[in-house]
Design a protein around this ligand. Structure first.
Ligand code: B12
Length: 171
């Protein structure tokens, strides 16, 4: 039953059917499947399926967008449940997180941000397409312990090095 539910979820996400995907998440949570397993084996798998279709020329950018929207709703649903049950009582650190300059892929970053938040971190999410300097300015403003940059694009990867270099330059 567990495998069947997770497979159903990944197919609904790949098809961009947010409403049905969220219903399956409710079923899976009620069946006691751990939230992170639902995300990983159902959600992320769904994104991989649509990506395989995209690579094979069976799906195009609009399909990726609607699959991404469905995944975002699934992530929100799962974390809205986790908030109540699993939010840590004490703050253990402050994190500034964002998507590197030029990159709009925010689904994975949103999962990381939500996981940090429910595990006791104060999270400042700068969103997508964040300029290098903005990470540092925000980190100084909120006295962050961690700067967490995300990118899925090879063209945006050099900006991650720039963040590190700029931090070294300012000591
Ligand atoms: C959905 C998607 C899109 C959506 C994004 C919607 C959104 N709101 O995010 C849309 C359609 C907009 C899109 C656009 C593009 N995309 Co796109 N996209 C994807 C796809 C299919 C899935 C990404 C995803 O959400 N995965 C699911 C999440 C849960 O996984 P994840 O992102 O990896 O995150 C996990 C980990 O990486 C990690 N993590 C992530 N961030 C962080 C940060 C920290 C600090 C830590 C600790 C961990 C961590 O934890 C997360 C949870 O497990 C991927 C292929 C793939 N299968 O990954 C291509 C992919 C990333 N896209 C790609 C490309 C090329 C593009 C476009 C350039 C296409 C085009 N021709 O226009 C544009 C670029 C737009 C831009 N400027 O950013 C390429 C990148 C290739 C490369 N080497 O650069 C990929 C790999 C597809 C491919 N095989 O070619 N895309």
């Amino acid at each position: 039953m567990k495998e069947a539910l997770l497979e159903k979820l990944s197919n609904f996400i790949a098809e961009g059917d947010a409403e049905e995907a969220v219903k399956v998440v409710e079923e899976a949570l009620a069946a006691g499947i751990p939230p992170l397993e639902i995300l990983d084996k159902g959600g992320t798998r769904g994104m991989d399926i649509v990506n395989e279709r995209y690579d094979n020329g069976e799906a195009f950018l609009p399909e990726l967008v609607v699959a991404g929207d469905a995944m975002t709703e699934v992530v929100q649903k799962i974390f809205s449940q986790m908030d109540e049950a699993e939010t840590a009582a004490n703050k253990i650190g402050t994190v500034v997180i964002g998507q590197a300059e030029g990159d709009v892929h925010d689904i994975g970053k949103n999962i990381v941000a939500a996981l940090l938040a429910v595990n006791g971190f104060e999270v400042h999410d700068l969103g997508i397409d964040v300029p290098v300097k903005k990470f540092i300015e925000k980190a100084e403003e909120v006295n962050a312990d961690i700067i967490a940059c995300s990118t899925l694009l090879t063209t945006s990867m050099p900006y991650l090095e720039d963040v590190v270099q700029l931090l070294k330059d300012i000591g």
